[in-house]
Design a protein around this ligand. Sequence first.
Ligand SMILES: *Cc1c(COP(=O)(O)O)cnc(C)c1O
Length: 360
Amino acid sequence: MNANLVNQLVRPEILELSAYHVPDSEGMIKLDAMENPYLLPEKEQVQLGEWIRTAEINRYPAPHAPDVKALIKTSFGIPKDKDILLGNGSDEIIQIIAMALAQPNAVILGVEPSFVMYKMIATFLRMKYVGIPLRANDFQLDLPAMLEAIRVHQPAVIFLAYPNNPTGNLFHLEDIQTIIEATSGLVVIDEAYHAFAGNSFLTALAPYAEKVVIMRTLSKLGLAGLRLGFLIGDPAWLAEFDKVRLPYNINVLTQKATVFALENIDIFNQQAASIVEQRHVLFTALCDLGLQPFESQANFILCRVPEAETVFLRLKTEFHILIKFMGKAHAFLTDCLRFTVGSPEENQLLIQALTVILKN
Ligand SMILES: *Cc1c(COP(=O)(O)O)cnc(C)c1O
């Protein structure tokens, strides 16, 4: 192996990166990745097995998956005049959008802290990433700073997660609208957590449809393993994005399982509703422990915890509970942990463990 050759040929900004880290979770209570804790009920598991049995895995998948798209539209109440683009997770959709817009010197504008893939994908595609800090006190958009960044950098695209990850809040709608009006680029509203949120931008989309698209995913709803994200937007945008999508990006099993899942969407909506209930339970319990959780509209809670990294490590080693330590993500978050809302039993174990740890 000639390491010199690697160093010589690979772009320096790639050499500098560390690969996206996924911690080993074998045997752990997994409250780190915003997964839905529930499987399908036994009866539907059997039905899914039966339904998948006849999947034509000898064939390439349908490139446009019209049945999946039609079901997405009816399941999520998406207006008829919008098109749908499917991605191998919404991560792939971020990449597709960026690939289509990556003209020389094109800028991606985001906020900090937010979802890390916007910046990573900008780096992959040699785009410039500009991240504007949120307001430190309430994690809302710093509107004057955003408007200044739009003026100075003229971003090709702005990514806003609604609700935001890792802070869990919804940005003020009027701020988003002001940003949309100010930019001459595209705005992507990333609604990965819409199933748990009190609002969606879909209802506010109509007047801005020329420069706004909405991105969603089935991952947080309970289907992270399938890898299916989708983009909602005007046909003119989606037709261009579709050109950079690899032809068979959604595999046969995912397409088939998605149809089954969407025909049983009530199960997932009920699970989401119970996760929202559990979010309230967990929030109250964290307050009762004397901690400072932030209000969340998602299926996780960001929380200030004294000696956060020690608490994270003790949860992992002594209690086999995996959560996310946010201290390295942003200066605002040095003492923050992010807890995914789990099942009632998992949340109970988390609270019990925190009670022990915080006492000594
Ligand atoms: C989890 C997450 C995604 C990625 O979802 P996938 O569809 O699983 O790729 C996108 N955006 C935000 C804000 C997320 O938190």
